[in-house]
Design a protein around this ligand. Structure first.
Ligand SMILES: [Zn+2]
Ligand SMILES: [Zn+2]
Length: 167
């Protein structure tokens, strides 16, 4: 078996260091350097935000919201909401963009206190000062609690049966 821990949590199939991590790391230095590396498309921003949730870098989450949304958010609230969340998988269903706006529809799977959930959302992204930012999301119909079957393939995309993987 291939060592999987170096793969990007966003399930692009690329190494974390060659996919979303550079955006999250660059963000740490953005305070000093305004011209830091930022995701070039709404989909890349969405993927990097998923990864930031997965590695619990909530500063990145707040700072990639549009300015008007970021104002009303608190890192403590996000930290508290996500305390027990274990992110398992991300699938991008559709993404599109114009010069100033973008949309990404995705499903994300996660485990929280021993239960499994799907988040199905259409996210709206807006370009602010030349950088893509997350503005809002509309919850779609696959969202909700899941009951994975023990003998079916695991939600995380490992290719293993659920009972031998994330259960
Ligand atoms: Zn990635
Ligand atoms: Zn699994």
């Amino acid at each position: 078996m291939k060592e999987t821990s170096n793969f990007c949590p966003c399930k692009s199939g690329l190494a974390f260091t060659e996919c979303c991590l550079p955006f999250i790391q660059a963000h740490e230095t953005t305070i000093k350097n305004e011209m830091s590396l930022t995701p070039p498309t709404p989909e890349k921003l969405m993927r990097s935000r998923y990864c930031a949730y997965a590695i619990q870098n909530y500063h990145y989450i707040i700072n990639t919201y549009t300015a008007s949304k970021a104002k009303s958010l608190s890192i403590n609230v996000i930290e508290n909401d996500c305390q027990h969340t274990q992110w398992l998988n991300l699938q991008i269903i559709h993404s599109s963009e114009s010069t100033e706006k973008g949309e990404v529809e995705f499903v994300a799977f996660y485990k929280d206190k021993g239960e499994f959930f799907c988040m199905h959302e259409r996210s709206l992204f807006i370009k602010e000062l030349g950088q893509w930012k997350y503005h809002t999301g509309k919850v779609l119909d696959k969202t909700g609690k899941l009951k994975p079957e023990r003998n079916k393939l695991c939600l995380c995309g490992s290719g293993k049966k659920f009972k031998r993987c994330c259960c």
